[in-house]
Write a protein that binds this ligand. Structure first.
Ligand code: FMN
Ligand code: SF4
Ligand code: SF4
Length: 257
């Protein structure tokens, strides 16, 4: 039987996890949740996985919309979820479980992997990258063993107080891009457009122009080789981070498969 893993990723952490999982499980398709089309999961699958970053203690908008719009015919599969995060997971896994419940599905297993926090708009990198990613690899290895053994873990209800904060933050999310600037270092290479999972960037006269569908994934800021994209005056001096085992070409290829 086949396996499928759905992923969403801005800076590669979640894609790295999805790739490693797919390789370990074998016969596993990797599918981007950022694809606009509605999906109908008709083929018989042994395992169905979701890998994504935590946004404001919950799920990215794309993940919410994807799960709402997908037709999960295969309710008998083993469903699992892995949230990658920088500090606090909050409701992310619990929220996914609730969304799946609406399709008559219960998550069989949910885990979190602490990776490098990429939210450059809010903070500079605060961990030792190598050490953090080594620990993340170790955790992923143990999660893969659990998934192979079809471990069951009961997922609890979302925390109400976190739910309110999440909703407020997510309402503001697409507006922040209005404060993005592009400085004179831009060489018009188009990498920002290629990595944007929301197809929110056009290159016009060799400069990125942002539209109104920003997911706030910060991929454009993080992947720009010239550090030309910034948020207000907050990010100019902050270090850029992308997962060292994922290239922008690979991310873009997976997103557009
Ligand atoms: C908009 C936004 C909000 C975030 N909120 C949280 C959060 O609430 N808790 C947390 O631990 N990490 C948070 N992060 C950090 C990411 O979850 C983390 O770096 C993740 O591994 C990035 O995955 P990716 O490289 O696949 O995009 C946030 C990142 C972004 C861009
Ligand atoms: S990635 Fe950076 S340098 Fe390349 S077009 Fe975008 S802003 Fe300009
Ligand atoms: S415009 Fe930038 S921050 Fe917004 S979705 Fe695209 S890559 Fe992410």
């Amino acid at each position: 039987m086949e396996n499928i893993v759905f992923y969403f990723s801005g800076t590669g952490n979640s894609l790295k996890v999805a790739k490693t999982l797919a390789k370990a499980l074998g016969n596993c398709e990797i599918v981007s949740m950022a694809k606009a089309e509605k999906i109908s999961l008709t083929k018989p699958c042994d395992t169905v996985g979701f890998v994504y970053p935590v946004y404001y203690w919950g799920l990215p908008k794309t993940v919410v919309e994807f799960v709402k719009n997908t037709n999960f015919n295969n309710t008998a599969a083993y469903y699992y979820s892995i949230a990658t995060y920088g500090g606090i997971v909050g409701n992310a896994i619990r929220q996914l479980n609730e969304l799946l419940n609406e399709h008559g599905i219960t998550l069989n297993y949910g885990e979190k992997i602490r990776m490098v926090g990429n939210y450059i708009i809010g903070y500079d990198i605060f961990v030792n990258i190598n050490k953090c990613l080594k620990q993340a690899d170790k955790k992923l290895f143990s999660i893969i063993v659990n998934i192979k053994n079809r471990k069951i873990k009961t997922i609890k209800k979302p925390y109400k107080i976190i739910e309110r904060n999440y909703k407020e933050a997510m309402q503001k999310i697409s507006l922040l891009v209005k404060e993005y600037t592009v400085n004179e270092n831009c060489v018009g290479c188009g990498i920002c457009k290629e990595v944007c999972p929301a197809k929110n960037i056009e290159i016009i006269n060799k400069r990125p122009v942002f539209k109104d569908n920003c997911e706030q994934c910060v991929a454009c800021i993080q992947w720009c080789p010239k550090k030309a994209i910034n948020y207000k005056d907050k990010t100019q001096k902050r270090k850029r981070y992308v997962h060292p085992e994922v290239s922008y070409k690979e991310l873009s290829e997976y997103n557009n498969k």
